[in-house]
Design a protein around this ligand. Structure first.
Ligand SMILES: Cc1cc2nc3c(=O)[nH]c(=O)nc-3n(C[C@H](O)[C@H](O)[C@H](O)COP(=O)(O)OP(=O)(O)OC[C@H]3O[C@@H](n4cnc5c(N)ncnc54)[C@H](O)[C@@H]3O)c2cc1C
Length: 382
């Protein structure tokens, strides 16, 4: 793409080659078995792919949002579920530790996370608090040099396989959002347990788990940011996460177009390739335009993010448009495949199942529309 720097183009090519060789061939197997691809993640750690967002001094690739967007898009094009694992690890864990962590926290976690020796997760959602994240009920009570955490967290990507989880809990419930704090909780902490991965429509192989906290003692030194700063951290992380969902959706939609295009030129009916029927060609054209727009919106949001400019509107727009485009493109890809699109031997039904969650997590489409409308109204009122 014309406005990528030389370094960005090189990164894109390197990830694309890696994803084609190492991830795409096992994507269907990951989907069928629903097993976490631990060996692949270990290999990605050795190659430095788990530390794209980690600063160089902690052994990472020193990339920003733009670099990571290129990375996530290519991984998602090969396997959407692997892109969830790396996004939750890098975007939702490495990035907040790098941004809000103390020097001791960075030293302890970032090198290990960058090399894939540790896997990260981010745990905000609870059974009674999804879209209304400020309503979380998990509690953290200060006791000497520790906090004691109690509660239940839900839908945690990487939750059952993570070594360190950023857990959000309330230190002052009456203060709602202002009373939330963030904690780095390590696997193996007494009272900290993960449930079995939940069975899902798609994104198989990306374990989504419930976490239970029963009198878990977390040292004060493992609080991320100040007491009461947790919600602000959570929202800043979500802004990056929404851009990453834009990238993920673009990758899924592109994979759908790749498959549909390949099929449409090869499948013949009425004596000619179905691509020559205008109805099919127009579906391909609509997919192409949607994907291009979704990619541009995502790249723009990433550029703004790296420049330190406000990204609320751009991030929500990229996520909303990208995820709806992914649903449109995967649906059309199935349509173009006819009956074959509906069976598991072809990749497009998996792509559609994987695409659906992009309209739900990191803020549903309804929440994105709320955010965009709120930002829009500000421009009239200010
Ligand atoms: C596979 C998967 C992975 C996930 N990974 C993570 C993770 O790693 N970490 C994490 O913390 N969370 C994670 N989540 C949770 C996810 O972010 C939430 O599911 C999502 O934010 C929606 O919350 P909810 O499911 O409670 O739905 P609800 O908030 O109950 O929403 C239900 C419906 O009501 C609508 N709605 C709610 N409020 C409003 C409103 N004000 N206006 C209009 N409509 C509204 C919603 O749009 C939706 O259609 C994950 C979820 C899944 C399924």
């Amino acid at each position: 793409m014309y406005f990528l720097s030389e370094a960005e183009r090189m990164l894109q090519t390197a990830v694309r080659d890696f994803a084609r060789q190492e991830i795409a061939p096992i994507a269907a197997r990951i989907d069928h078995t629903d097993e976490f691809p631990g060996e692949l993640i270990r290999k990605m750690g050795e190659l430095g792919w788990m530390g794209v967002l980690v600063p160089r001094e902690y052994g990472g690739g020193d990339g920003g949002a733009m670099a990571f967007v290129l990375f996530v898009e290519e991984i998602a094009r090969a396997s959407a579920s692997v892109s969830v694992t790396v996004s939750a690890h890098s975007g939702l864990t490495c990035w907040p530790i790098k941004t809000f962590g103390t020097e001791a926290q960075k030293q302890r976690y970032l090198p290990a996370l960058a090399q894939g020796r540790m896997l990260g997760a981010y745990s905000l959602t609870e059974p009674n608090a999804g879209s209304d994240a400020a309503g979380i009920e998990s509690k953290a009570v200060r006791d000497g040099d520790d906090y004691v955490l109690n509660g239940r967290k839900l839908f945690v990507s990487n939750g059952s396989v993570a070594d360190v989880v950023i857990v959000f809990a309330s230190t002052d419930r009456a203060a709602r959002a202002r009373g939330i704090s963030a904690f780095l909780v390590e696997r193996g902490a007494t009272g900290f347990t993960a449930g079995r991965p939940l069975r899902k429509l798609g994104m198989h192989g990306s374990p989504t788990a419930e976490l239970v906290l029963e009198d878990v003692r977390v040292p004060v030194t493992n609080r991320l940011g100040e007491e009461g700063q947790g919600f602000r951290i959570a929202m800043q992380v979500l802004e990056l996460a929404r851009i990453l969902v834009g990238a993920q959706s673009t990758g899924i939609a592109q994979a759908a177009l790749d498959a549909a295009l390949g099929y449409a030129v090869q499948r013949e009916q009425f004596g000619k390739p179905i691509a020559e029927f205008q109805a099919v060609a127009w579906m391909l054209a609509d997919m192409q335009v949607g994907i291009h727009a979704s990619r541009l919106m995502t790249y723009e949001a990433a550029r703004l993010y790296d420049a330190g400019s406000p990204t609320t509107m751009a991030a929500s727009s990229a996520k909303l448009f990208g995820s709806e485009t992914a649903m449109m493109a995967t649906g059309r890809a199935i349509q173009i495949h006819g009956g074959y699109g509906y069976i598991e031997d072809f990749p497009v039904e998996r792509l559609m199942r994987d695409a659906k969650i992009t309209e739900i997590y990191d803020g549903t489409s309804e929440i994105q529309r709320l955010v965009i409308a709120r930002e829009l109204l500000k421009t009239v009122r200010d």
